[in-house]
Design a protein around this ligand. Structure first.
Ligand SMILES: Cc1ncc(COP(=O)(O)O)c(C=O)c1O
Length: 409
């Protein structure tokens, strides 16, 4: 229906582009941090919901359950206990704020720290949602070089010195040290220690995003979080989206009170969904290790399927960063392939993927990279979709030259 009022005359300045109408997912949907639908513990959640509603349901009559804006205390306690156990973080429930997804945490922290024109350091390949938020607030982004162990510290030290020489004081370093998005690397302890030392030396805050820290491949261990090394210069965030379900919209911030006291007024939603918090506290309070352990086995299997499919279909043309966990694969193709040119023909073939430049500070070193998510599609869809993508790539660029898919068509 058309509007009777001409809103175009009334719109405020600097609005984002209008949204496109939502369209159902195409057949090969390799984007978005979705989870595996078969891994939602439905019976466990039903049981948890029934028990917590019987016990605490009457509190839903009151905003924030009448328990304050930081979130449902048992969930905050769960976050504090889990972070101590798995991330080495010593924090009390009072150091935790539950947020409406960790995306809201990024909004709040960005809003707290960024003025237009501020310089922020982010990993050269980085979560698009964070890059977009920082850019929207007018930040200038500087990419930190990555290798298979995360941020290259010597290069960062040089960058910080160069910035200092130019009179530029970066506001913060945004990093995903544990299962980096999109490279899925884990930063070793010595680099973490060196990073914290550098941040202190240069008086730069660290914004640590551990969205995927629960999703480690079998046998992989992660060093303590940066927050565990120095809570004085780090703000830590995490999420329940990847360990349980993104549609729940639950994330968290861990920070000392002076930071929390500035963040809480920026949480503009009158409280994160309380029933969601109650159910997750109840369910994860009993079943976290079992659930996440099993989920990681399933994800590992899917990752192997995707790695094998990429090797079979793209051969030597595709170079994959070796993931240590998570739900995506970051792939580099030869320099003659500009993945941006594949987006449209791939979409016509029912495939969506993340082109490298959307996931990077600069298109210069990412135009031939792409990210493929593997948690949601089943294994046959992963195999078929990668084969289709290789076919599209071959038709557009002549690469992969000797792909397994070419003779079949
Ligand atoms: C690194 C990173 N941080 C934060 C988020 C936001 O996730 P959510 O708002 O679902 O917690 C994502 C989503 O994929 C992510 O990849």
């Amino acid at each position: 229906m058309d509007t009777t009022i001409d809103y175009t005359r009334l719109l405020s300045a600097d609005l984002p582009e209008p949204a496109a109408k939502w369209a159902p997912f195409p057949k090969y949907y390799f984007i978005g941090g979705n989870n595996d639908p078969t891994q939602i513990p439905i019976e466990g959640l039903i049981e948890a919901a029934a028990s917590v509603l019987r016990r605490d349901g009457a509190k839903l009559a009151i905003y924030n359950l009448g328990l304050g804006p930081q979130g449902y205390p048992p969930l905050r306690q769960f976050v504090a206990d889990k972070s101590a156990r798995t991330r080495g973080i010593r924090a009390a429930a009072d150091d935790v704020v539950i947020t409406t997804g960790s995306g809201q945490a990024i909004d709040m922290i960005s809003r707290m720290l960024i003025n237009p024109g501020d310089t922020i350091l982010t990993e050269e390949y980085c979560y698009q949602g964070a890059l977009n938020r920082f850019r929207k607030l007018g930040a200038t982004l500087v990419g930190m070089k990555l290798d298979s162990d995360g941020i290259v510290i010597d290069a960062l030290a040089q960058q910080l010195a160069d910035l200092q020489a130019r009179g530029i004081a970066p506001k913060f370093i945004y990093t995903i040290p544990t299962v980096q998005n999109p490279t899925a690397t884990i930063m070793p302890l010595e680099r973490r220690q060196a990073l914290v030392r550098l941040a202190r030396e240069h008086n730069v805050a660290i914004f640590e995003d551990e969205c995927y820290a629960d999703l480690l491949l079998d046998g992989i261990e992660a060093p303590p979080a940066l927050y565990a090394l120095d809570p004085g210069c780090v703000i830590h965030i995490g999420s329940f989206s990847k360990s349980l379900a993104p549609a729940l919209r639950l994330g968290f911030i861990i920070a000392p009170w002076p930071v929390i006291s500035r963040l809480l007024p920026l949480k503009g939603d009158s409280g994160t969904g309380a029933l969601d918090q109650m159910v997750v506290a109840e369910y994860f309070g009993k079943h976290f290790d079992r659930h996440v352990g099993h989920l990681n086995t399933v994800l590992h299997d899917k990752l192997q399927t995707m790695v094998e499919a990429v090797a079979q279909e793209f051969g030597a043309a595709a170079e994959c960063w070796a993931p240590k966990g998570g739900i995506f694969l970051w792939i580099r193709l030869p320099e003659s392939v500009d993945v941006r040119k594949l987006v449209k023909p791939a979409a016509e073939a029912g495939i969506v993927f993340n082109p490298g430049p959307d996931w990077a500070v600069s298109p210069d070193n990412s135009f031939n990279s792409l990210r493929l998510c593997f948690a949601m599609p089943d294994k046959q869809t992963i195999r078929d979709g990668v084969a289709e993508l290789a076919r599209v790539c071959y038709e557009q660029t002549g690469i992969p030259m000797r792909s397994g898919n070419v003779p079949r068509r």
